[in-house]
Design a protein around this ligand. Structure first.
Ligand SMILES: [Zn+2]
Length: 152
């Protein structure tokens, strides 16, 4: 991952897809970093405008009051998630994946994080060939931002 200083965004590249995170999305990530020992995991969904192979992630939702959150877990409210997907789709934004925080400097996914995003890819009707998993750690971006792509 790299920071594009001209446009003030973080860029991740997978096989045929370039992912750009808007400064506003990075701000949402930054706001929810688990800086204190009592901070709970936060998370939500990612929405992008898609232009060919470029996914411009411009909206990050959550956390919601109805999510179940702890220091080492985050269980989102699935009903609210579907509502967010419908609302964003109506204004031209595609659901492109999920994000959540970890109390680690350099974040890495747990086995259940991977299982969970892969089951969403398998069980959902997607408008994209795959989904992103983003994990927000404590180190400054881009080191503190883990992104992986999970194809269907
Ligand atoms: Zn996790």
């Amino acid at each position: 991952m790299a920071i594009d200083l001209d446009r003030d965004t973080v860029v991740a590249t997978f096989h045929r897809i370039t992912v750009r995170f808007s400064p506003m999305v990075l701000e949402v990530f930054d706001l929810h970093r688990q800086r204190r020992w009592w901070s709970k995991e936060a998370g939500g969904q990612l929405f992008a405008k898609i232009d060919g192979g470029v996914w411009f992630v411009q909206s990050a939702t959550g956390p919601r009051s109805t999510d179940r959150r702890g220091r080492f877990h985050f269980w989102p409210d699935r009903r609210s998630e579907q509502l967010e997907i419908n609302q964003h789709f109506a204004s031209g934004f595609h659901y492109v994946g999920d994000w959540h925080t970890h109390p680690q400097d350099i974040p890495s996914p747990s086995a259940s994080d991977i299982l969970s995003i892969e089951s969403v890819v398998k069980e959902s009707t997607l408008h994209t060939p795959g989904l992103l998993l983003c994990i927000i750690g404590l180190a400054p971006f881009p080191a503190g931002l883990y992104t992986s792509y999970h194809a269907g």
